[in-house]
Design a protein around this ligand. Structure first.
Ligand SMILES: Nc1nc2c(ncn2[C@@H]2O[C@H](COP(=O)(O)OP(=O)(O)OP(=O)(O)O)[C@@H](O)[C@H]2O)c(=O)[nH]1
Ligand SMILES: [Mg+2]
Length: 280
């Protein structure tokens, strides 16, 4: 299998960074040992057989180089459905298409990712972006994509994920709540937040000058807002308004709407994965 020069450079860069981290850790440990020795009135030189360290040093460096070697994954299937660091995507032998999951906090990005991969939701906010490699349906030989789960609390993190994705799914909902109540209205503050984020993403996309990517708008928490006609109308009007905003100026090469969506439903999540596949 041929590896492009670009991927080799990326691999070496990740390796170098991990190695420096480990050297830094080793340096800190050595400093801590030196302080403990100093506290009992010793120095390294006074420790019996300390000179052995000079001979051990090259071995330790080789060991750290080995320990920081990024995993060379031969095939995406080896790490499919597992949470992986974004930098691990660089260590795949072949580049993989990245699809970013964007949206405000508690909108259901992680829920969708868990639904589609059968992973358990830890029930916490996402604090650091990560990726999960997912197999696309009905393809032989199997094709894979990397879904990147972003941090809803941090807008700048959303822009970063936008920059590195070919396709992005922007989730919107009616409320940051998820509990089942009798009727869940559409909260104006919430839809305003979504609109502001969409505006910022459009601006970021214009400024970033990255390859044209497609946007999939996802109208989540249908199970909550479907119960009253008023909420359904409000939500659908809002959703169409978002789509019109996103289409204005042709910033995205395509804007696809996935309406009446419930991220907790396996069936709906499979529907969205199908839309993602069509958009690639
Ligand atoms: N009723 C209902 N609840 C949902 C739906 N989607 C997500 N939730 C709930 O909303 C809460 C937040 O969902 P998450 O998937 O963690 O939200 P997130 O977008 O990953 O949020 P951050 O990690 O903060 O960016 C969870 O308790 C989910 O169970 C849905 O379609 N319907
Ligand atoms: Mg999350």
């Amino acid at each position: 299998m041929a590896i492009s020069k670009q991927r080799l450079l990326m691999f070496l860069r990740v390796w170098g960074r991990k190695f420096l981290d480990k050297i830094f850790d080793a340096f800190n440990i050595t400093k801590a040992i030196a302080s403990i020795l100093a506290a009992v009135g010793l120095t390294f030189a006074k420790v019996p057989y300390a000179w052995l360290l000079y001979f051990l040093a090259p071995g330790i460096i080789l060991f750290l180089l080995y320990k920081s070697l990024p995993k060379f994954h031969l095939h995406p299937s080896e790490i499919a459905n597992r949470r992986i660091e974004l930098e691990e995507l660089d260590s795949l032998l072949e580049p993989i298409t990245s699809v970013g999951l964007l949206g405000k906090s508690a909108v259901g990005k992680t829920t969708f990712l868990c639904s589609i991969t059968g992973r358990r939701h830890e029930g916490r906010q996402t604090e650091k972006p990560y990726a999960v490699i997912v197999q696309l349906p009905d393809d032989y030989p199997a094709k894979y994509i990397a879904l990147i789960d972003s941090v809803g609390e941090q807008d700048y993190n959303q822009y970063e994920v936008l920059k590195q994705s070919t396709v992005v799914c922007l989730f919107v909902d009616n409320t940051p709540l998820h509990r089942t109540a009798k009727a869940v209205p559409v909260r104006k503050e919430r839809t305003n937040d979504h609109e502001r984020l969409l505006e910022q993403l459009i601006l970021a996309k214009k400024g970033a000058k990255v390859a044209a990517s497609k946007l999939i708008l996802v109208e989540n928490k249908f199970d909550l807002w479907k119960r009253t006609e008023a909420a359904r109308n409000q939500m659908n009007l809002f959703f169409d308004k978002c789509a019109r905003e996103a289409r204005r100026g042709n910033v995205f090469s395509d804007v696809i709407q996935v309406g009446s969506f419930t991220a907790t439903s396996g069936e709906d999540s499979a529907r969205l994965l199908g839309e993602i596949k069509n958009a690639l």
